[in-house]
Structure formats: C-alpha cells, structure tokens
Design a protein around this ligand. Structure first.
Ligand code: ADP
Length: 507
C-alpha cells in the first residue's frame, strides 16, 4: 500500500459511494470530484475511497492496478478479504474496494436500490476505515457523504480511533435529507457497531420507532463537522416541515452544522470550449447562442421562423421533488405566451414517466413543443446553450446544479425560492437585492399561479427589451459558479477543526 508523503497542506480522504465521472448517479458524484479537484489545486493531498462497482465507467480510470496487500475487514461475526485497487480519475488518486464476500456486494449492475443496501454500504464503510488503518495512513480529515458512508463517523470513534487510526477529524456532508438509510436496529451489528450503545434517542435511534436506526443521524451526532449543500437548505432542515425527522438533532448540533453552496465543474460546463455545441460562444460574444438555438430547433423538428420566440428549456429528473405538476403547467403556459418549450427528462416513477409519454405523444408533431424522455448528456449541453429561459420549479432543492449550469450558458432561470435556488437565483425585479446580484425570475409558492407570473415576466422581458435581455445574458454568464469559493469554505472548516484538535492534544 502507498505510504503517506510529507506535505504542507492538509491530508483529506473522502469515503464516498460516488465519484464523477466513473460512478455517478446524481449531484453527489459531481461534488466529490469537483471539491476534491479544487482542494488538490489549493495544495492539499486528496484521496478518495470508493466501492469497486462492476458498472463503473472503467475507461475513465487511469492506471487501474490491483495492489499486492489484501485488507481483511470484519462483518457479521467474521473477517472477509477485500481486494484493493488503485487508479487515477481526472488526476485524483482513488482506491477501489472489492469485497471478496459471497454476496458480491458491488457486482450488481447498478449502484443503489438493492434490498441489502444497508449491508452493502455498512460493509464498505468499515472496509474503507480498515484500509486506512492497515495502510498506516494519517489523514487530517476523513470526509464522508450521505447515508451510504455515514457509518464511518460512529465506526471511527468507537472502533478505529482506539485501534490507532486517530489523527483525523470527521466531516459529514448530507446532500439530500430525503434519504437517511434507516433500518431495523439489529442490522447495525453486522458492521460491528454496538446496537445497545447506539440505539438511543440521542445517538442513532430513528424518530419513527424505537427499534430503527438512522445512519444520517449517527453521522450528525458523531462527526466533528456536518455540512449540507446550501445555506437556505441548512435552515430549512432545522425546521419541523423541512427536517424529515432530523430537525431536533440538527438543532441540538447546530454549532457544527453549516450550509455551503456547491460549485459546478466549470471546465466540463464551458460554452467557449464545449464540443457538444453547434457553435462555441462566450459572454463577450453571445451571437453563437442564436446559432445553437437555430440548431436545436432543427434537430428537434421545431419551427424556426425569424420572429423572436423565447425558447424555454427544462432539464431534470422527473420526480416529485422537482415540481412535476408545475413543469407540466409551464409547458402549456409557454405555449399560451407564444414561446417554445423543450423538456429533457426521465422518471424512475412509472406513472410519471407514462404521463409524460402521453404528453410527448400529444405534441409529437407540434411546432413549438418537444419532450425528450431520456437521459442524454450531450443533448443537455445543447439545450442549455439554446435556451433563453430554463425553468426549475422545485418543491425542495438542497442545492441544484441546473440553475448554475443554465446561467453559465446564458439561459435565464425561472426558479422557485427554495434551498440552493434561493441562494443562487435573485429576481431582476427584487429591489431588496443589490442590482449586481439580480439574475433571474423567482417565485415563492409552489402553485401554478405563482409560477405563471414569474414565467410571464420572463417572457415579456425577453420580448419587449431585446437589449436589456442581452445584457442580462452577459451578466449571468460572468457569475463565478466554480468550486473556488466553496472549496475555500471547506478548507477553512477543515483547518479550524484540525486546529481545535491539535490545541486540545497539547493541553
Ligand atoms: P439532482 O441531483 O437532484 O438531479 P441537480 O440540479 O443537482 O439535481 O443536478 C442535475 C444534473 O443532472 C444536472 O447536471 C442536469 O443537467 C443533469 N440532468 C438531469 N436530467 C437529465 C437528463 N434527462 N439528461 C441529461 N442530463 C440530465
């Protein structure tokens, strides 16, 4: 195993279930790679530990090699061998753990959604810590993410710090409190955690039942730093309406809890170099945006007469969180307002998918509406570039990347004021916000009327003030949504926590 080099910055190890682009389901994968790259650029030593899934994009891993040493880790009363692989993903060193367990935990053709997910990820969390211990690593920070690796926090303090893996502070980031990984308390014992000690209301016991445990709650209790992905979402989850049962725990631990808005990968999302686009463009020369609009209309069979018709885009997972009924409403309303509407989305929920398939059929030959019901990365880039407006009417949104990507491509967001949308989209007509920050159209209530009003204001602005609209496009394209600022905030949190630990060791 590789030994730890000496270095000037911090030594940070992420233990996660996803990293983009090799193993990505959603925003979590983007955050782990975006934050890591930015921290690495700032001079820190960053490593990532990931399960070795069969369904990863292996062509994006460089120099993947099995290591000589095999790591044995405890699970359900005995030791299991783990084969350890090392490789480089976008310049980041990643260790992949392949459990040699008969249940083939990460050999399922998918990342999540298996009946034994609790076992699979509690096994992985323990094996990851065992790897760090046996490799003699001395990290300053172990950063775990979401319920899948939340087990790391109690495992570290209860079992691994006493074994000598004791240099680290634990940071836990929750990317969406909707998913907490709750399970019957007895399942906790598989990874060696003490059910009797932990199944208590002030530790891991779930609020719903005395015999259920909650890994996210455990990570909140046992981590030194707890973060979520925007300031507003951090406030929302501390209320009874938004906390999904964890508001009391978060309030109790509020001193170590903070929201940091995610960044986006500004290399991957860059209209001046984007190979998927018809024409590249930048904020000084937005002419290319029109050409991309023309191209997408042709590609999708929409009318492309010369009159000034706004193109409204929507790129999303079609799940209740995203305000599915409002998306449907926006489609009809755009038509009434004389615009064009393009939806790129797909749904894991069968009745939502079939409802939108019905709407897609209804409009399949329509001049102004197109629904593309699949996941398509290249088409998403082309739609961001072509759209004048992008709608994001989420019911709740921990951070949201769509609004930031849209603005980077000069598409103006129409967004509901919730979570990270509230921290990144500011209404052009809101006089309480300094003019330089106003960048979109927002609404508060999750109803059709409020969405309609915001959409109508956007369309009217577009139609009546071409010059003003162009200025707005240039302005939003110049906003810095990179990882620079968020990474510096994480860096500060890490340093403070490390400094506190070092100070207390000196006492
Ligand atoms: P979430 O993680 O809840 O889905 P985010 O706004 O954080 O929402 O991230 C969504 C990301 O997924 C964006 O990069 C968006 O462009 C992309 N995306 C969503 N749906 C599709 C789709 N059907 N095809 C391509 N990309 C999509």
């Amino acid at each position: 195993l590789i030994s730890t080099p000496t270095r000037p910055g911090l030594y940070i190890i992420h233990i996660a279930a996803e990293v983009a682009p090799v193993a990505k389901v959603g925003g979590l994968g983007d955050v782990v790679s975006g934050l890591s790259k930015s921290l690495q650029k700032r001079g820190h030593l960053v490593e990532i530990v990931l399960p070795k899934y069969d369904c990863m994009q292996y062509d994006r891993i460089h120099d993947l090699k099995a290591m000589d040493a095999v790591v044995e880790s405890y699970f359900d009363g005995r030791l299991y061998r783990n084969k350890i692989w090392a490789g480089i993903v976008d310049g980041l060193p990643v260790y992949f753990i392949e459990p040699l367990h008969p249940d083939k935990f990460f050999w399922r053709g998918k990342f999540y959604g298996e009946p034994d997910d609790f076992k699979r990820f509690s096994f992985f969390s323990r094996a990851a810590l065992e790897l760090l211990l046996q490799a003699g690593k001395k990290p300053d920070i172990i950063h775990c993410h979401d319920w899948q690796t939340a087990f790391v926090a109690p495992l570290y303090w209860d079992l691994y710090a006493p074994k000598g893996l004791n240099t680290a502070r634990i940071c836990f980031t929750c990317h969406n409190f909707e998913y907490q990984g709750t399970a019957p308390a007895s399942e906790l014992q598989y990874c060696g955690l003490d059910v009797h000690q932990l199944n208590r209301p002030d530790r891991m016991q779930d609020h719903s039942a005395e015999d259920w445990v909650n890994p996210v709650k455990g990570a909140i209790v046992f981590s030194n730093i707890v973060t979520t992905v925007s300031t507003t979402y951090a406030q929302e989850v501390q209320t009874a309406e938004g906390g999904k049962g964890l508001d009391a725990t978060l309030n109790f631990h509020s001193k170590k809890f903070i929201g940091i808005l995610n960044g986006i990968d500004t290399d991957a999302w860059n209209p001046s170099t984007d190979g998927f686009l018809e024409v590249q463009y930048n904020s000084n020369d937005i002419q290319g945006k029109d050409e991309n609009k023309y191209a997408i209309r042709r590609q999708l069979g929409l009318s492309y007469s010369s009159d000034r018709k706004p193109l409204v885009g929507c790129i999303t997972r079609l799940v209740p969180q995203k305000g599915v009924h409002l998306i449907r409403h926006a489609l009809y309303r755009t038509l009434e307002l004389g615009g064009q509407f393009v939806l790129l989305g797909s749904s894991p929920v069968p009745h939502i998918q079939s409802e939108f398939e019905g709407i897609a059929r209804q409009f399949q030959n329509h001049d102004d509406i197109r629904l593309v019901l699949k996941y398509d990365d290249s088409l998403s880039h082309r739609i961001y570039a072509a759209s004048d407006v992008v709608i994001i009417p989420s019911i709740f949104e921990p951070c949201g990347l769509t609004q930031m990507i849209a603005m980077r491509y000069g598409s103006i967001p129409v967004a509901r004021k919730t979570g990270g949308l509230n921290d990144s989209v500011f209404d052009v007509d809101d006089e309480t916000v300094p003019p330089q920050f106003r960048n979109g159209f927002t609404f508060f209530n999750a109803n059709e009327q409020d969405l309609s009003n915001a959409l109508e204001r956007a369309v009217n602005h577009y139609k009546r003030d071409a010059e003003g609209w162009q200025q707005l496009v240039r302005k939003v394209m110049s906003i810095d949504f990179s990882w620079d600022v968020p990474a510096s905030q994480y860096e500060e949190l890490y340093w403070k926590s490390v400094a506190r630990a070092r100070a207390s060791q000196r006492l």
